[in-house]
Design a binder for this molecule. Structure first.
Ligand SMILES: [Zn+2]
Length: 422
């Protein structure tokens, strides 16, 4: 009994640590934003783009004025507008209605207490003005960002100037990949319950795929991940941590790092994507490989890896400087374990639901790159497929799949831990 108490204490510690990670992420930003109650958070009621290929204006109607800052990013051309937390109550199709220099835009929570709008630009632009008009004469407050078309050189010069100072979205020290320590790379924590990290994909500003009837991938995967956590915790044998438990964006590298820092026994990233051909269907399990198993897997990995770009993050490619034989050995062991976890998932899921015709595939998913944590990516189904979309929104289906995945985890974790704790 005493032991059980300690264990649950550790579970809490892990959860608290995850929370302080989010707080640290929040502290990275330049604007201190005290937490607001839901009633106090300003609401964006509408947003639109007007103008032409020379000059384009983005406008959002707000229930209260907020401070904003806007800057540009390259590759691809984007304009980032940062502000304290705002609730977006904007008609969902608005973001697709591009005009002039803006092809599309999206918005959402970017970090605790911070919201972000990302405008996709069709060509190099500069931010001419960015300001917020207070509400007056019965009109809502108005956020206005004016963009001007520019040439590539001017665009790059402005970028260089902007990146000289601190700004949101710029990788802080904590964002850089920590060196891989071999001592740390010995696998799960000893003497405590194994930790499973579940990673609901996307979130906040990054909505992920959209189904024919408007279902968002980020909502589906969070609902499912909560079910999976429940199913795993029922047994009382594991600690379970979600990389996000709200509608918030978390950078890909941070998701992976959470699993590494907590020395997770297994990392499961959950997605539900779309594919251009709507007859593609069924659940698929992916593991990491530099060479993709097929073109479809490669395309999916490329899409998932764009998550940070979608959210307006300007990160350098992850530097993979460590190349020791020991790390290679650990990597190989991790890879084998990941493949084993995927195999069990295919078997258990195959009993419960319809699988993709090729249920285990591999590709270069960024989120699966931890060298020392076995990692799999579960694609629940394809939102682009009508039948899959219906299932993906059904709580009963979620429960069935969560139980099957939990069964696979038991098979994966039991023998491994018996051996490791000897
Ligand atoms: Zn996804």
């Amino acid at each position: 009994m005493k032991q059980a108490k300690n264990w649950s204490g550790l579970g809490r510690a892990a959860r608290l640590a995850a929370f302080s990670f989010l707080a640290a992420l929040s502290a990275m930003g330049g604007v201190a934003a005290p937490p607001l109650s839901a009633a106090e958070v300003p609401v964006a009621q509408d947003a639109r783009v007007a103008g032409d290929a020379k000059r384009t204006r983005f406008v959002a109607d707000l229930t209260a004025a907020v401070p904003v800052r806007a800057f540009t990013l390259a590759d691809p051309y984007r304009v980032i507008i940062d502000m304290p937390e705002v609730r977006f109550d904007v008609p969902p199709e608005r973001g697709e209605e591009g005009r002039g220099l803006v092809s599309a835009f999206r918005y959402g929570l970017f970090a605790p207490g911070k919201s972000r709008v990302v405008l996709d630009a069709v060509s190099p632009v500069i931010v001419d003005r960015a300001f917020v008009l207070p509400p007056q004469d019965g009109q809502p407050a108005r956020l206005v960002v004016d963009l001007l078309s520019t040439d590539e050189n001017t665009f790059r010069q402005r970028l260089a100037m902007a990146s000289a100072g601190p700004r949101w979205g710029k990788p802080a020290e904590a964002e850089k990949a920590p060196p891989i320590e071999v001592e740390q790379a010995v696998g799960p924590r000893e003497g405590v319950r194994p930790l499973v990290v579940i990673d609901p994909g996307h979130g906040g500003i990054d909505g992920g795929a959209v189904g024919p009837s408007g279902t968002l991938e980020k909502d589906i995967v969070l609902a499912f991940s909560r079910k999976l956590k429940e199913a795993l915790e029922k047994e009382g044998r594991y600690d379970v941590l979600l990389t996000r438990d709200q509608d918030i964006y978390v950078p890909l590298g941070e998701r992976m790092r959470m699993a590494r820092e907590k020395r997770a026994a297994l990392f499961v990233s959950v997605h539900a994507d779309s594919f251009s051909e709507d007859d593609v269907h069924g659940a698929t399990i992916y593991t990491l490989s530099e060479r993709a198993s097929d073109a479809e897997a490669a395309a999916l990995a490329a899409k998932e890896n764009r998550s940070d770009i979608v959210a307006g993050l300007d990160l350098p490619e992850d530097s993979d400087a460590v190349a020791s034989i020991l790390v290679d050995l650990v990597r190989r062991e991790t890879k084998n374990l990941s493949v084993l976890a995927a195999k069990y998932m295919v078997e258990e899921l195959g009993e419960a639901v319809r699988l993709n015709k090729n249920p285990h595939r591999f590709a270069g998913f960024k989120v699966l790159k931890a060298p020392d944590v076995p990692s799999v990516l579960l694609e629940l189904g394809y939102l682009s497929n009508g039948e899959d979309e219906r299932k993906l929104t059904s709580p009963e289906w979620h429960e069935k799949v969560a139980n099957a995945v939990a069964a696979a985890k038991h098979r994966f974790l039991s023998p491994q831990f018996a051996e490791r704790l000897r």
